[in-house]
Design a protein around this ligand. Sequence first.
Ligand code: GLU
Length: 479
Amino acid sequence: MHAMFMRTLAIALVLLSGLTACTRGGDALDDILSSGELRVATRNSPTTYFTGREGPTGFEYSLAELLAEELGVELKVKTAFSLNELFELLRRGDVDLAAAGLTLTDERAMQFPYTIPYLQLEPQVVYVAGNHRPRNIDDLLGRQVVVLADSSHAEFLRGLQQTSYPQLEWQEIDTADTMVLLEMLDTGEAELAIIDSNEFDAQQSLYSRVKTGFKLGVEQDMVWYLQPGADNASLQAYVEDFFARLRADGTLERLQELQFGHTTGFSRISSHTFNLNMRNTLPRYKELIKQVAEEYQLDWQLLAAIAYQESHWDPLATSPTGVRGMMMLTQPTAKELGIKNRLDPLQSLRGGARYLKNLRRRLPKGIREPDRTWFALAAYNIGLGHLEDARVLTQRQGGDPNRWEHVRERLPLLQKSAHYKNTRYGYARGVEAATYVRNIRHYQNILNWQDIADNKPLPPIRIDDYLPAMLQGTKLSAL
Ligand code: GLU
């Protein structure tokens, strides 16, 4: 009886799902609204979509999530493991949009409807430091060049080959993850790779030997692609209006800053030193840092990043000005925090964590996370008084004193007499404070990335890997 009931239920469910599937195929925007689902194809990469400590995140994911929220529907993400698969999902009508850091190219434009651009990026040719640096297209000849299969870069190389460089050769790697390309450079399997600037900036910290050889000309437009041959003009118009609004109200800039802001302008040497220390020194203190982070409900990667910026994880660090220990506390601060021995890493970490939390609590209410943490870090370095001065300067100049990127820009003014003479606390080393926060965010980012890279989902095993050689390439349906 029970089994029969279950079967009837299963059949009813199949019929029902058939019905919902049938509701697709009309006006795409109406279909999204009536089905309650926005289906987006993307790829797993630090600049598009990945699982962070607080769940799914990434630039494209955040944008798609905002759109779904606005439409009042649920976001369904499909991850493609190659660019071809991504476009295949669109062709088959399995998704409404592809949002994956995709460049607008001539070939794609002929096949798929696309939106107005929401981001501009410059592709670059990267190589391993110490090898011959490529400076122009001629330097690609005779070297092992890799790009993502079916990428805009592959299309670009094809164009060059057909017009002016018939002898140009390259290898297309069938993945949607640019980290694979950097890995190939790192292990010596390839010499040069072409990759978008933001992808490179985000991942360079993990492959600190890889450098930019040259930039490939102009900035290129990133767009979202839509299903070909579908009734999706109103969806396209809606997304374009959505992008225009996000640009006008500063959301786009803010998301960019949040997702990519910590990666730019960082020296390769310091990334490299950080990587070495992360492998050699951090393991000794990791558990201690995690313990204290938990006690104070802080992110352990944040606490670890501060400790690195302060002392390179050296519990005996001492500066000429008398700050000491892993968190480099001054004598008065340590006393205020009830710390007896600043050279004891546990005490030092606890002191630093408590100090940071105090500062964060004392900041004005209007400052929201994540900016609130950046402000607290700046205060850790420069003091609340000077930080407040920088906020006043920001407001005077028409900026928003509650936004980190606006205040960060004004911090250097605290070193210019024309500006600091009109502040309450006067001269302060504002450049240092801005750099301090930038470094910590960068280190935190590397630590997060290391964690994510260690726990990354692998692409599904291809059926070919299981089939005997003579059957490989056979379609499953033909078996
Ligand atoms: N933007 C590239 C494309 O549209 C993908 C990312 C990359 O290869 O760096 O194909």
